[in-house]
Ligand binder design. Structure first.
Ligand SMILES: *Cc1c(COP(=O)(O)O)cnc(C)c1O
Length: 378
């Protein structure tokens, strides 16, 4: 059994992917070209946002957004404590300060009440200017973007939607990557829409920021890449990856998101009452980058992990450490404190992500659920 079965996906649309790859090689264009522009057009139409700017990966996408807004020293960027490192890593990269915010246990996403109290705390300390809220759509479920938008408006801040795991999810029919002032995603192979290497994209309705993003991603280019008007970076999505994404996109839209939701419902049905299953809020759909359960305590999690391992069923702990406990953030005043972000501290000891992908069969889910339940009920 696979945690995320990319081979099953490939065999399903092998001809399409193979011909996309060989056409690209035959074209002799490996950077830029029509697959990249066509992908940007298709993705922006799908998401319903004016500009899609592809780049080299989801981490660069986040950093490019902060660069376009000129975020830097003395600026505070609010990031959930429970997320992948990248969401916060990019903040010191531009000289700004991350402030870690606790999440809700039910959804794993940033808690809007804690967010507002942290903004007030930073304002009252008077050292940093609250500028950006990084709203992560963790494990595929959109963050509470309506509440987050109200808070951003109240304190005159930007919303940066990190939809690296959320691409394809929605709120009342509106798709992720449309909720931020700037939104980003990743095409890392295991993400909901993955390529065969690294890739990412930035979305915005704002023409000025789109222009800046296109400049920053190509060495701060002016009229061309040999006219450099600002310090940028080298962050392009290569042609081969764009062609592979185009070949995968129809199947992703028309089938894979629904199939992941089918798998999640099956898990819910079998596991309810034994473990805490993920809550999806009314009106939201998840793209199910992960299906993550919460066990009673660290010991129970270890028992479940071992039982799965004995049956060759892969599982993973996302995430083992709160961001405010990561040594990379040792100069943060929140670093290492047990009383900072108590929900995150607690769930890091109890979460477990189970295999999740569109090609997971009901029989496999039944076997996984049975193994989990047997390890709990002794
Ligand atoms: C994967 C991920 C990223 C970074 O994407 P890369 O393409 O790997 O750089 C950022 N944020 C979150 C929440 C992620 O899961």
């Amino acid at each position: 059994m696979k945690f995320r079965d990319l081979n099953a996906q490939y065999s399903n649309i092998k001809d399409k992917i193979d011909s996309a790859i060989s056409e690209t090689i035959n074209s002799g264009t490996f950077i830029g070209g029509s697959p990249v522009t066509e992908l940007e057009k298709e993705l922006s139409e799908y998401v319903g946002v004016k500009h899609c700017i592809t780049c080299a990966n989801g981490t660069d996408a986040l950093q490019l957004a902060l660069m376009a807004w000129d975020i830097g020293p003395k600026d505070a960027v609010f990031v959930p404590d429970f997320t992948f490192f990248s969401s916060a890593e990019v903040v010191p990269c531009v000289g700004a300060t991350p402030v870690f915010v606790d999440v809700r246990q039910e959804t794993f996403n940033i808690d809007p009440d804690v967010l507002e109290s942290e903004i007030k705390r930073v304002l009252s300390q008077g050292e940093l200017n609250p500028k950006v809220i990084v709203a992560v759509d963790l494990f595929g479920q959109p963050a509470e973007h309506e509440r987050i938008r109200q808070i951003a408006d109240k304190y005159d801040m930007f919303v940066l939607e990190d939809a690296a795991q959320g691409f394809g999810g929605s709120i009342k029919g509106a798709l992720t990557c449309s909720f931020g002032d700037i939104s980003t995603t990743s095409f890392f192979p295991a993400k909901p829409l993955g390529c065969y290497g690294d890739g990412g994209a930035v979305f915005t309705d704002n023409d000025e920021w789109a222009g800046l993003l296109r400049s920053f991603k190509v060495h701060g280019k002016g009229s061309d890449k040999y006219d450099n008007i600002r310090i940028g970076m080298n962050s392009r999505l290569d042609t081969l990856q764009a062609a592979i994404l185009l070949a995968k996109f129809d199947n992703f839209k028309d089938r894979e998101i629904d199939e992941c939701n089918r798998a999640a419902r099956k898990y819910d049905e079998l596991l309810e009452g034994y473990v805490i299953t993920p809550t999806i809020f009314e009106g939201m759909t998840s793209s199910w980058a992960q299906y993550t359960i919460i066990l009673k305590d660290q010991d129970e999690r270890a028992r479940v992990e071992n039982a799965l391992k004995d049956k060759n069923i892969p599982s993973a702990v996302y995430y083992k450490k709160p961001l405010h406990m990561q040594d990379a953030f040792s100069n943060s005043d929140q670093y290492g404190k047990e009383d900072v972000c108590p929900v995150t501290n607690d769930i890091c000891r109890r979460v477990l992500s189970l295999p999740m992908h569109p090609y997971l069969t009901d029989d496999e889910i039944a076997e996984i659920a049975e193994t989990v339940i047997k390890a709990i009920v002794r």
